[in-house]
Design a protein around this ligand. Structure first.
Ligand code: GLU
Length: 294
């Protein structure tokens, strides 16, 4: 736990120095898959986070901005797109905030718990695996999707075919992520290269600095779909990564409300529509998982 804190602090110091991460931005006039109008007269009794949103008349959503198909910011138009972004928008609308009231804040994996705990985002939607360690620091609505750890390699590589073929290979992943932890715990290779974003790992792979990138299949398929002649996803998935919406640990009222919003979207077909139009395009068919209320 202490190590996690130190790492997170390091990431934040890096962000401040470089101003390269944690950027906020307005959404621009992107076209959402599901045009949700802001719900009127929403109340969430006993939620300090919701009270703060109402007071500022806006939502701050933590996201990733470099994961195609999931959370992606177009560098030219400034528009955000992807499955996670659509889920974030749906939740905002059902809480009473239209797309014009959302501010996106890019938060890398290693900084998520601290950023949420400090109240710098109202909620976080960005390939964020629900697990017990993280539940000590934040809470989760969902899951709204279940991914699995996989491997991305260069298209012409035939030597890496699954997790048991990584010995002696250089494997890149992201600081503070569950996949990098799993590579270490399972001793899959002793050559682990670590960055703040998966895009940095993919760049390393393309320039032959590393042999594989490991993280969730949903993320890796997005990169492979962008450059199918250069990249491929290989092997069976070797974990379950249930994605949750990260929230302040003590705000049970907001967690319950967001779980209700997700449940309704599972039942009325909205979730399916969002999935099919985003992640479903580079992934496989999927249906919504069961919400885990606690
Ligand atoms: N789902 C994994 C995690 O939450 C990997 C993806 C990510 O780093 O966002 O650690």
């Amino acid at each position: 736990m202490k190590k996690l804190r130190i790492l997170a602090a390091g990431v934040l110091a890096g962000c401040l120095a470089l101003t390269a991460c944690g950027q906020s931005g307005s959404p621009g006039a992107s076209a959402p898959v599901v045009s949700e109008t802001a719900e009127a007269n929403v109340t969430v009794a006993g939620s300090p986070t919701f009270d703060a949103m109402k007071a500022r008349d806006g939502v701050v959503v933590g996201v990733k901005d470099d994961q195609p198909g999931l959370g992606f910011k177009d560098a030219t138009t400034g528009q955000y797109s992807g499955f996670d972004i659509e889920i974030a928008r749906l939740v905002a609308a059902k809480l009473g905030f239209g797309a014009d009231k959302i501010t996106y804040k890019t938060v890398p994996s290693a900084a998520r718990e601290d950023t949420i705990a400090r109240g710098e985002v109202d909620y976080y939607v960005g390939t964020y695996t629900i697990n017990d360690n993280r539940k000590k620091l934040v809470s989760f609505a969902g899951p709204y999707f279940v991914a699995g750890q996989s491997l991305l390699v260069r298209a012409d590589d035939s030597t890496i075919t699954g997790k048991d073929t990584l010995k002696g290979k250089k494997v890149c992943s992201v600081t503070g992520s569950t996949p990098i932890q799993r590579v270490r715990e399972q001793g899959l290779t002793d050559q682990i290269v670590e960055f703040q974003t998966y895009t940095q790992c993919v760049d390393q792979l393309l320039s032959n600095q590393v042999d594989a990138v490991t993280t969730d299949d949903a993320i890796l398929k997005g990169y492979a779909a962008q450059q199918p002649d250069k990249l491929k996803v290989v092997g069976e998935t070797f974990s379950q990564e249930p994605y949750g919406i990260g929230l302040n640990k003590d705000d049970a009222a907001l967690r319950n409300k967001i779980n209700d919003i997700l449940q309704a979207s599972y039942e009325d077909g909205t979730w399916q529509k969002i999935y099919d139009e985003t992640l479903g395009k580079s992934g496989s068919p999927a249906s919504p998982p069961a919400i885990q209320r606690y």
